[in-house]
Design a protein around this ligand. Structure first.
Ligand code: HEM
Length: 342
């Protein structure tokens, strides 16, 4: 009887949670700016396309920033806030240090253009969502329709990113648990990881896979690199990263075959031991994630469809609507903050 009551109230709670999530999402609509800023999406598309043409690393940067924004306290542009002399922000976190300047600049430029066309109307969180979508499409990936109306956060925590984001050496069980805690399935984890078809990683993120010391304790010496890694690839990475401790800016492509193209080559690579991060390669080793890697490696259309669905879901996570947020005038500071030097 007691158990039954417990189940009933647990079910009720679950329904409440699901309902709350749906209500938040329901406030986002495809044509949110139809009356207030009809050219909003066009303006973002134009600005970020130009930026991508002049700086081809922009797409990967913006996509990663979007992931960090949504996974940490929801898609609310909290990742864009710069620290001030008085307050730290998400950008102070260790996990934010390698977020590339080009990504922030692309969003800032789009926002400036929007402020000229329709001041105070389009949120930075929406700008980031539109920019990420457009750049995925522009680099060859799927187009997916977006619902808009996100508000910008009123807070940005310097502790949250390191607590909430996965690390390059997280195990698959850890990744599965972290993504499950945010409502994502194993399949969605694998599909979203396909974003590593673009962009770079710094040597420090995978150094422990390629610089393994000999076993001094006798017996058979361990492989000089992670045995899951293709030996020729390991050698190439070893050479490229030789001086990474002196020059920590050295970075290599996540997808060694088609680095600037959003395609399914990332998954083909994993089957050949060409995954860069340990978290990438382990998606092939782990029996839970391997079938999805196989599916996406064999079928780009399936990958695009699942990636689109998963990133749309990522893009509505924890969004702020109504009075929960604001439309920032500048993406790098809350409206309440004085302009630096002003
Ligand atoms: C599954 C867990 C994930 C881990 C452990 C992870 C970790 C990393 C790391 C360590 C880097 C290299 C950063 C650097 O050295 O500059 C990176 C890059 C990147 N990540 Fe992830 N990531 C994950 C999932 C995702 C997801 C879900 C997305 C987007 C949907 C994403 C998009 C990117 C992109 C596009 C880059 C390249 C950035 C650039 O070139 O500037 N990642 N990721």
């Amino acid at each position: 009887m007691d158990t039954h009551r417990l189940h009933t109230s647990a079910l009720f709670l679950l329904l409440l949670v699901i309902d709350a999530a749906m209500v938040t999402e329901a406030k986002l609509v495809p044509n949110y700016y139809r009356k207030t800023c009809p050219r909003a999406e066009r303006i973002v598309t134009d600005v970020v396309s130009q930026k991508q043409l002049s700086h081809p690393t922009t797409a990967a940067g913006v996509l990663r920033v979007f992931f960090h924004d949504c996974f940490v306290s929801g898609c609310d542009a909290s990742v864009l806030v710069s620290p001030t002399a008085f307050a730290r922000s998400e950008r102070d976190a260790a996990q934010s240090q390698s977020l590339p300047g080009d990504a922030f600049e692309a969003v800032a430029r789009a926002k400036t253009a929007l402020e000229l066309a329709c001041p105070g109307v389009v949120s930075c969180a929406d700008v980031l969502a539109i920019a990420a979508r457009d750049l995925v499409t522009m680099t060859g990936g799927p187009f997916y329709p977006l619902r808009l109306g996100r508000k910008d956060a009123l807070a940005s925590s310097s502790a949250a990113p390191d607590a909430e984001l996965p690390l390059a050496n997280s195990t698959v069980p850890r990744l599965v648990a972290m993504f499950a805690a945010k409502g994502f399935t194993v399949q969605e984890l694998v599909a979203l990881s396909g974003a590593h078809t673009l962009g770079f990683a710094h040597c420090a993120e995978f150094a422990d896979r390629i610089f393994r010391r000999g076993n001094k304790g006798g017996g058979a010496a361990p492989a000089p690199h992670d045995p899951a890694m293709n030996p020729a690839y390991a050698k190439g990475l070893h050479d490229a990263c030789r001086n990474y401790q002196r020059d920590p800016t050295i970075a290599v492509f996540n997808d060694v075959m088609t680095p600037g193209k959003f395609d399914n080559m990332y998954f083909v690579n994993l089957q050949r031991g060409l995954g860069l991060l340990s978290t990438d390669q382990e998606l092939w080793t782990d029996p839970r994630t391997r079938p999805f890697v196989q599916r996406y490696a064999a079928n780009q259309t399936a990958f695009f469809a699942d990636f689109a669905r998963a990133i749309v879901k990522l893009g509505v996570m924890g969004v702020k609507t109504g009075r929960d947020g604001e439309v920032r005038r500048r993406c790098d500071m809350f409206n309440g903050n004085p302009v630096p030097g002003g």
